[in-house]
Ligand binder design. Structure first.
Ligand code: BJW
Ligand code: ZN
Length: 246
Protein backbone atom coordinates (compact mmCIF):
# COMPACT_ATOMS: atom_id res chain seq x y z
CA UNK A 1 0.00 0.00 0.00
CA UNK A 2 2.72 2.46 0.96
CA UNK A 3 4.70 1.32 -2.07
CA UNK A 4 1.75 1.77 -4.34
CA UNK A 5 1.17 5.28 -2.99
CA UNK A 6 4.84 5.99 -3.59
CA UNK A 7 4.65 4.82 -7.20
CA UNK A 8 1.51 6.85 -7.82
CA UNK A 9 3.08 9.90 -6.20
CA UNK A 10 5.99 9.57 -8.60
CA UNK A 11 3.68 9.18 -11.60
CA UNK A 12 1.75 12.28 -10.50
CA UNK A 13 4.97 14.18 -10.01
CA UNK A 14 6.31 13.28 -13.45
CA UNK A 15 3.09 13.66 -15.45
CA UNK A 16 2.63 16.81 -17.49
CA UNK A 17 -1.08 16.29 -17.99
CA UNK A 18 -3.37 15.03 -15.23
CA UNK A 19 -7.14 14.80 -14.94
CA UNK A 20 -8.95 14.31 -11.64
CA UNK A 21 -12.59 13.24 -11.79
CA UNK A 22 -14.27 13.80 -8.45
CA UNK A 23 -17.57 12.64 -6.99
CA UNK A 24 -19.58 13.06 -3.82
CA UNK A 25 -17.05 11.10 -1.73
CA UNK A 26 -14.54 13.95 -1.83
CA UNK A 27 -17.03 16.16 0.01
CA UNK A 28 -18.10 13.49 2.51
CA UNK A 29 -15.44 14.56 5.02
CA UNK A 30 -16.87 18.09 4.78
CA UNK A 31 -20.23 16.75 5.96
CA UNK A 32 -22.00 16.66 2.59
CA UNK A 33 -23.87 13.37 2.17
CA UNK A 34 -23.03 11.07 -0.74
CA UNK A 35 -25.72 9.62 -3.00
CA UNK A 36 -24.99 5.93 -2.63
CA UNK A 37 -23.62 3.77 0.13
CA UNK A 38 -24.10 4.34 3.87
CA UNK A 39 -26.04 7.52 4.63
CA UNK A 40 -26.71 8.09 0.93
CA UNK A 41 -30.47 8.01 1.06
CA UNK A 42 -32.75 10.90 1.94
CA UNK A 43 -36.11 9.82 3.44
CA UNK A 44 -35.53 6.44 1.77
CA UNK A 45 -35.55 7.87 -1.75
CA UNK A 46 -32.71 6.85 -4.07
CA UNK A 47 -31.12 9.53 -6.28
CA UNK A 48 -32.51 7.68 -9.29
CA UNK A 49 -36.00 8.43 -7.88
CA UNK A 50 -35.42 12.11 -7.09
CA UNK A 51 -32.87 13.37 -9.61
CA UNK A 52 -35.09 13.06 -12.67
CA UNK A 53 -37.25 15.44 -14.69
CA UNK A 54 -40.16 13.04 -14.13
CA UNK A 55 -39.87 13.24 -10.34
CA UNK A 56 -39.78 17.03 -10.57
CA UNK A 57 -42.79 17.16 -12.87
CA UNK A 58 -44.73 14.88 -10.54
CA UNK A 59 -43.75 16.44 -7.22
CA UNK A 60 -41.62 19.59 -7.49
CA UNK A 61 -42.07 20.35 -3.82
CA UNK A 62 -40.58 17.01 -2.74
CA UNK A 63 -37.60 17.38 -5.06
CA UNK A 64 -37.05 20.95 -3.87
CA UNK A 65 -37.20 19.82 -0.22
CA UNK A 66 -34.31 17.48 -0.98
CA UNK A 67 -32.32 20.27 -2.62
CA UNK A 68 -33.18 22.76 0.13
CA UNK A 69 -31.90 20.27 2.73
CA UNK A 70 -28.70 19.66 0.78
CA UNK A 71 -28.16 23.40 0.22
CA UNK A 72 -28.39 23.95 3.99
CA UNK A 73 -25.71 21.28 4.62
CA UNK A 74 -23.46 22.56 1.84
CA UNK A 75 -23.78 26.14 3.10
CA UNK A 76 -22.33 25.04 6.45
CA UNK A 77 -19.61 22.85 4.92
CA UNK A 78 -15.97 23.82 4.50
CA UNK A 79 -13.60 22.34 1.90
CA UNK A 80 -11.45 19.54 3.35
CA UNK A 81 -7.87 18.36 2.88
CA UNK A 82 -8.85 16.43 -0.27
CA UNK A 83 -10.17 19.56 -2.00
CA UNK A 84 -7.07 21.46 -0.90
CA UNK A 85 -4.69 18.80 -2.22
CA UNK A 86 -6.27 19.23 -5.67
CA UNK A 87 -5.77 23.01 -5.45
CA UNK A 88 -2.09 22.37 -4.78
CA UNK A 89 -1.87 19.90 -7.66
CA UNK A 90 -3.37 22.52 -10.00
CA UNK A 91 -0.81 25.03 -8.77
CA UNK A 92 2.07 22.63 -9.40
CA UNK A 93 0.91 21.70 -12.88
CA UNK A 94 0.08 25.23 -13.98
CA UNK A 95 1.59 25.85 -17.40
CA UNK A 96 3.21 29.04 -18.65
CA UNK A 97 1.15 32.16 -17.95
CA UNK A 98 -1.66 32.26 -20.51
CA UNK A 99 -0.85 28.73 -21.73
CA UNK A 100 -2.81 25.54 -21.05
CA UNK A 101 -2.79 24.10 -17.54
CA UNK A 102 -1.44 20.58 -17.07
CA UNK A 103 -4.19 19.80 -14.58
CA UNK A 104 -7.90 19.57 -15.25
CA UNK A 105 -10.38 19.08 -12.45
CA UNK A 106 -13.60 17.50 -13.67
CA UNK A 107 -16.30 17.19 -11.05
CA UNK A 108 -19.68 15.55 -10.87
CA UNK A 109 -20.37 17.54 -7.71
CA UNK A 110 -22.74 20.47 -7.62
CA UNK A 111 -21.67 21.73 -4.18
CA UNK A 112 -19.12 24.34 -5.28
CA UNK A 113 -16.57 23.19 -2.66
CA UNK A 114 -13.77 22.92 -5.25
CA UNK A 115 -14.33 26.59 -6.14
CA UNK A 116 -14.39 27.58 -2.49
CA UNK A 117 -11.18 25.61 -1.85
CA UNK A 118 -9.48 27.71 -4.53
CA UNK A 119 -9.43 25.50 -7.65
CA UNK A 120 -9.48 27.84 -10.64
CA UNK A 121 -10.30 25.53 -13.42
CA UNK A 122 -13.29 23.36 -12.51
CA UNK A 123 -15.26 21.54 -15.19
CA UNK A 124 -18.72 20.97 -13.72
CA UNK A 125 -20.41 18.09 -15.48
CA UNK A 126 -23.62 18.05 -13.45
CA UNK A 127 -24.24 21.76 -12.90
CA UNK A 128 -24.26 23.82 -9.73
CA UNK A 129 -26.72 23.66 -6.83
CA UNK A 130 -26.49 27.46 -6.36
CA UNK A 131 -27.99 28.14 -9.79
CA UNK A 132 -31.65 27.88 -10.71
CA UNK A 133 -33.39 27.90 -14.05
CA UNK A 134 -36.93 28.99 -14.91
CA UNK A 135 -39.11 26.30 -16.43
CA UNK A 136 -41.17 29.06 -18.06
CA UNK A 137 -38.83 31.65 -19.57
CA UNK A 138 -35.56 29.72 -19.28
CA UNK A 139 -33.66 32.45 -17.44
CA UNK A 140 -30.78 31.21 -15.28
CA UNK A 141 -29.81 32.95 -12.07
CA UNK A 142 -27.70 32.43 -9.01
CA UNK A 143 -29.75 31.80 -5.89
CA UNK A 144 -28.06 31.37 -2.53
CA UNK A 145 -31.09 31.66 -0.30
CA UNK A 146 -31.16 29.03 2.47
CA UNK A 147 -33.76 27.95 3.31
CA UNK A 148 -35.88 28.93 0.34
CA UNK A 149 -39.05 30.78 1.27
CA UNK A 150 -41.44 29.05 -1.09
CA UNK A 151 -41.10 25.59 -2.53
CA UNK A 152 -40.91 25.46 -5.46
CA UNK A 153 -39.39 28.95 -5.75
CA UNK A 154 -40.84 31.17 -8.47
CA UNK A 155 -39.29 33.28 -11.19
CA UNK A 156 -40.26 36.94 -11.71
CA UNK A 157 -42.22 35.73 -14.77
CA UNK A 158 -44.34 33.48 -12.54
CA UNK A 159 -42.83 30.21 -13.81
CA UNK A 160 -41.37 27.65 -11.39
CA UNK A 161 -37.65 27.52 -10.91
CA UNK A 162 -35.74 24.25 -10.99
CA UNK A 163 -32.24 23.50 -9.68
CA UNK A 164 -29.52 24.24 -12.26
CA UNK A 165 -28.26 20.67 -12.21
CA UNK A 166 -28.24 17.70 -14.58
CA UNK A 167 -30.76 14.96 -13.85
CA UNK A 168 -30.92 11.42 -15.20
CA UNK A 169 -31.92 11.32 -18.83
CA UNK A 170 -30.70 14.89 -19.41
CA UNK A 171 -27.68 15.78 -21.52
CA UNK A 172 -24.55 17.13 -19.85
CA UNK A 173 -23.63 20.74 -20.69
CA UNK A 174 -21.92 20.51 -24.06
CA UNK A 175 -18.92 22.79 -23.52
CA UNK A 176 -18.07 21.15 -20.18
CA UNK A 177 -18.37 17.70 -21.66
CA UNK A 178 -16.12 18.60 -24.56
CA UNK A 179 -13.49 20.00 -22.22
CA UNK A 180 -13.63 16.87 -20.09
CA UNK A 181 -13.26 14.57 -23.11
CA UNK A 182 -10.41 16.61 -24.54
CA UNK A 183 -8.47 16.65 -21.26
CA UNK A 184 -9.13 12.96 -20.57
CA UNK A 185 -7.99 11.93 -24.06
CA UNK A 186 -4.68 13.71 -23.47
CA UNK A 187 -4.06 12.78 -19.83
CA UNK A 188 -1.07 10.75 -18.69
CA UNK A 189 -2.56 10.12 -15.26
CA UNK A 190 -6.29 9.99 -14.51
CA UNK A 191 -7.42 10.10 -10.87
CA UNK A 192 -10.95 8.94 -10.05
CA UNK A 193 -11.68 10.27 -6.56
CA UNK A 194 -14.67 9.70 -4.29
CA UNK A 195 -16.99 8.42 -6.96
CA UNK A 196 -18.91 5.16 -7.18
CA UNK A 197 -18.26 5.42 -10.94
CA UNK A 198 -21.68 4.06 -11.85
CA UNK A 199 -23.13 7.18 -13.45
CA UNK A 200 -22.44 7.69 -17.14
CA UNK A 201 -21.17 9.37 -19.20
CA UNK A 202 -18.94 10.78 -16.39
CA UNK A 203 -17.55 7.39 -15.35
CA UNK A 204 -16.73 6.66 -18.99
CA UNK A 205 -14.05 9.38 -18.91
CA UNK A 206 -11.80 7.04 -16.92
CA UNK A 207 -12.17 4.34 -19.57
CA UNK A 208 -11.64 6.88 -22.34
CA UNK A 209 -8.47 8.19 -20.70
CA UNK A 210 -7.03 4.75 -20.16
CA UNK A 211 -7.80 3.68 -23.73
CA UNK A 212 -5.92 6.78 -24.88
CA UNK A 213 -2.88 5.84 -22.81
CA UNK A 214 -3.41 7.29 -19.34
CA UNK A 215 -2.60 5.40 -16.20
CA UNK A 216 -5.63 5.16 -13.94
CA UNK A 217 -5.77 5.55 -10.17
CA UNK A 218 -8.88 5.07 -8.04
CA UNK A 219 -9.07 6.78 -4.64
CA UNK A 220 -12.30 5.71 -2.98
CA UNK A 221 -13.66 4.45 0.33
CA UNK A 222 -15.40 1.46 -1.26
CA UNK A 223 -14.67 -0.75 -4.28
CA UNK A 224 -15.79 0.60 -7.67
CA UNK A 225 -16.30 -0.95 -11.10
CA UNK A 226 -13.12 0.85 -12.22
CA UNK A 227 -10.91 -1.05 -9.78
CA UNK A 228 -10.49 -4.05 -12.07
CA UNK A 229 -8.88 -1.95 -14.78
CA UNK A 230 -7.04 0.55 -12.57
CA UNK A 231 -3.27 0.76 -12.29
CA UNK A 232 -3.62 1.84 -8.67
CA UNK A 233 -6.46 1.35 -6.21
CA UNK A 234 -6.15 3.35 -3.02
CA UNK A 235 -8.93 2.36 -0.65
CA UNK A 236 -9.73 4.98 1.97
CA UNK A 237 -10.63 8.60 2.54
CA UNK A 238 -9.66 11.14 -0.06
CA UNK A 239 -8.97 13.75 2.64
CA UNK A 240 -6.24 11.47 3.97
CA UNK A 241 -4.95 9.93 0.75
CA UNK A 242 -4.79 12.88 -1.66
CA UNK A 243 -2.41 14.95 0.50
CA UNK A 244 -0.07 11.95 0.48
CA UNK A 245 0.22 12.14 -3.31
CA UNK A 246 1.92 15.53 -3.12
C1 BJW B 1 -15.51 8.28 -0.27
C2 BJW B 1 -15.51 8.95 0.97
C3 BJW B 1 -14.31 9.57 1.36
C4 BJW B 1 -17.48 8.14 0.63
N1 BJW B 1 -13.24 9.49 0.57
N2 BJW B 1 -14.44 8.19 -1.01
C5 BJW B 1 -24.73 3.77 -19.84
C6 BJW B 1 -25.13 2.63 -19.17
C7 BJW B 1 -26.21 2.69 -18.30
C8 BJW B 1 -26.91 3.87 -18.09
C9 BJW B 1 -26.51 4.98 -18.77
C10 BJW B 1 -25.44 4.93 -19.63
N3 BJW B 1 -25.26 6.19 -20.12
C11 BJW B 1 -26.17 7.01 -19.60
C12 BJW B 1 -26.95 6.31 -18.77
C13 BJW B 1 -28.10 6.84 -18.02
C14 BJW B 1 -27.69 7.58 -16.77
C15 BJW B 1 -26.86 6.65 -15.89
O1 BJW B 1 -25.65 6.75 -15.82
N4 BJW B 1 -27.50 5.77 -15.17
C16 BJW B 1 -26.82 4.81 -14.31
C17 BJW B 1 -27.07 5.16 -12.84
C18 BJW B 1 -27.33 3.44 -14.64
N5 BJW B 1 -26.99 8.81 -17.10
C19 BJW B 1 -27.64 9.93 -17.41
O2 BJW B 1 -28.86 9.95 -17.49
C20 BJW B 1 -26.82 11.17 -17.71
N6 BJW B 1 -27.27 11.76 -18.91
C21 BJW B 1 -27.14 11.17 -20.09
O3 BJW B 1 -26.59 10.11 -20.22
O4 BJW B 1 -27.68 11.89 -21.10
C22 BJW B 1 -27.73 11.29 -22.41
C23 BJW B 1 -28.54 12.23 -23.26
C24 BJW B 1 -27.99 12.73 -24.41
C25 BJW B 1 -28.75 13.59 -25.22
C26 BJW B 1 -30.06 13.94 -24.84
C27 BJW B 1 -30.59 13.44 -23.67
C28 BJW B 1 -29.82 12.59 -22.87
C29 BJW B 1 -27.03 12.23 -16.64
C30 BJW B 1 -26.56 11.80 -15.30
C31 BJW B 1 -26.92 12.87 -14.25
C32 BJW B 1 -26.58 12.44 -12.83
N7 BJW B 1 -27.16 13.39 -11.92
C33 BJW B 1 -26.85 13.28 -10.52
C34 BJW B 1 -27.63 14.40 -9.77
C35 BJW B 1 -26.95 15.74 -10.03
C36 BJW B 1 -27.58 16.85 -9.31
C37 BJW B 1 -27.53 16.67 -7.82
O5 BJW B 1 -26.45 16.66 -7.22
O6 BJW B 1 -28.61 16.58 -7.23
O7 BJW B 1 -25.46 13.41 -10.30
S1 BJW B 1 -27.23 11.69 -9.81
C38 BJW B 1 -25.83 11.65 -8.74
O8 BJW B 1 -24.91 10.61 -9.15
C39 BJW B 1 -25.11 12.98 -8.98
C40 BJW B 1 -23.68 12.56 -8.93
O9 BJW B 1 -22.87 13.51 -9.56
C41 BJW B 1 -23.70 11.22 -9.62
C42 BJW B 1 -22.53 10.35 -9.31
O10 BJW B 1 -22.47 10.01 -7.97
P1 BJW B 1 -21.07 10.03 -7.22
O11 BJW B 1 -20.54 11.40 -7.18
O12 BJW B 1 -20.20 8.97 -7.77
O13 BJW B 1 -21.51 9.70 -5.71
P2 BJW B 1 -21.86 8.29 -5.05
O14 BJW B 1 -22.61 8.59 -3.82
O15 BJW B 1 -22.46 7.36 -6.01
O16 BJW B 1 -20.42 7.70 -4.68
C43 BJW B 1 -19.61 8.28 -3.67
C44 BJW B 1 -18.44 7.35 -3.43
O17 BJW B 1 -17.57 7.99 -2.51
C45 BJW B 1 -18.85 6.01 -2.79
O18 BJW B 1 -18.31 4.94 -3.58
C46 BJW B 1 -18.21 6.04 -1.41
O19 BJW B 1 -17.65 4.79 -1.02
C47 BJW B 1 -17.10 7.03 -1.60
N8 BJW B 1 -16.71 7.77 -0.38
N9 BJW B 1 -16.71 8.83 1.57
C48 BJW B 1 -13.28 8.79 -0.55
N10 BJW B 1 -14.19 10.25 2.57
ZN1 ZN C 1 -39.13 32.88 -15.77
Amino acid sequence: MTDSIGALRQAVDEAERIVALTGAGISAESGVPTFRGPGGLWRNYSPEKLATPEAFAENPRLVWEWYDWRRSLIRKAEPNAGHLALVELERRKAGEAGGPSGFTLVTQNVDGLHDRAGSRNVVKLHGDIWWVRCMGCGVEQRNEQVPLEDLPPRCACGGSLRPGVVWFGEPLPEAEWERAVEASSNAQVFLAVGTSAVVYPAAGLAELAQAAGARLAVVNAEPTPLDAMADWVLPGKSGELLPRLL
